[in-house]
Design a protein around this ligand. Sequence first.
Ligand SMILES: Nc1ncnc2c1ncn2[C@@H]1O[C@H](COP(=O)(O)OP(=O)(O)OP(=O)(O)O)[C@@H](O)[C@H]1O
Ligand SMILES: [Mg+2]
Length: 271
Amino acid sequence: MNTAMKNEKAKPRKTTDRGELRTDDLEVIYDSDAGKTVALSSTSLTINPGEFVCVLGPSGCGKSTLLNVIAGFVRPTGGEALLDGQAIEQPGADRSMVFQQHSLLPWKTVRANIGLGPKLLGDIEANSTVNHFIEMVGLKKYEHHYPDQLSGGMQQRVGIARALATFPRVLLMDEPFAALDYQTRLMMQENLLNLWEELGTTVVFVTHDVDEAIFLSDRILVMSASPGRIVKDIANPLPRPRDQMISSEPKFMAIKRDCMEIIRAESLRTF
Ligand SMILES: Nc1ncnc2c1ncn2[C@@H]1O[C@H](COP(=O)(O)OP(=O)(O)OP(=O)(O)O)[C@@H](O)[C@H]1O
Ligand SMILES: [Mg+2]
């Protein structure tokens, strides 16, 4: 692991008053040839600026739909989503998304992929922005490589650097580490917390993995299917900075038990 990526010491959190997300009574009904699907129903939430919120829930409960509404890719059929009080109506540079599989341009190098956003936005310091983020994700040695010359973990690190290089107010992450092996996933989680602690960006992170949600978050939203909605909002007071050893502590176990109880009850209800 690159030394720049190690969880060496506590970094001061940047405080910011931007990046507040709110959804009011959000509803998304997809209407396709196969019929209507209620993907989200009565979904109201507030996420504070700089907060790290994880969304947990079974397949098909509307997690990606929620992220897509916040990203501006999907228009709700009811209610609204707001960023800093402004209704979200389309995608914008103030929100970035990282997907489960990397969505890098295969014909561009690591450097060019990360630089795309800053250049499009007219960042006059695009080159130094790119240098900064390549260093932050520990890929200086690979800056002239192409995506298919990198491991899965490295590709995701490029994806995260690319998402952050436009200095978004909100980082949306849709199971970004799900395709990685266990050890790489743990390393990526620590790396992500280091980046977040430095930048103070609001993060909404979707996962199926209860341990991952507890390790990363300030708060966990548990969703349920039929219809998709938030059934529980669990505060996560575990101290920061964190490393993976925290998962063996009683406080971690207690939060895990809360999450498991809710997931189990909801599974039985919808079975
Ligand atoms: N474009 C679409 N057209 C029609 N139905 C859709 C569309 N996208 C999602 N759905 C349906 O909406 C529901 C929620 O889907 P969504 O992808 O948000 O779930 P998810 O919680 O992210 O699931 P997973 O954990 O498997 O990624 C599902 O029933 C899905 O089949
Ligand atoms: Mg999904």
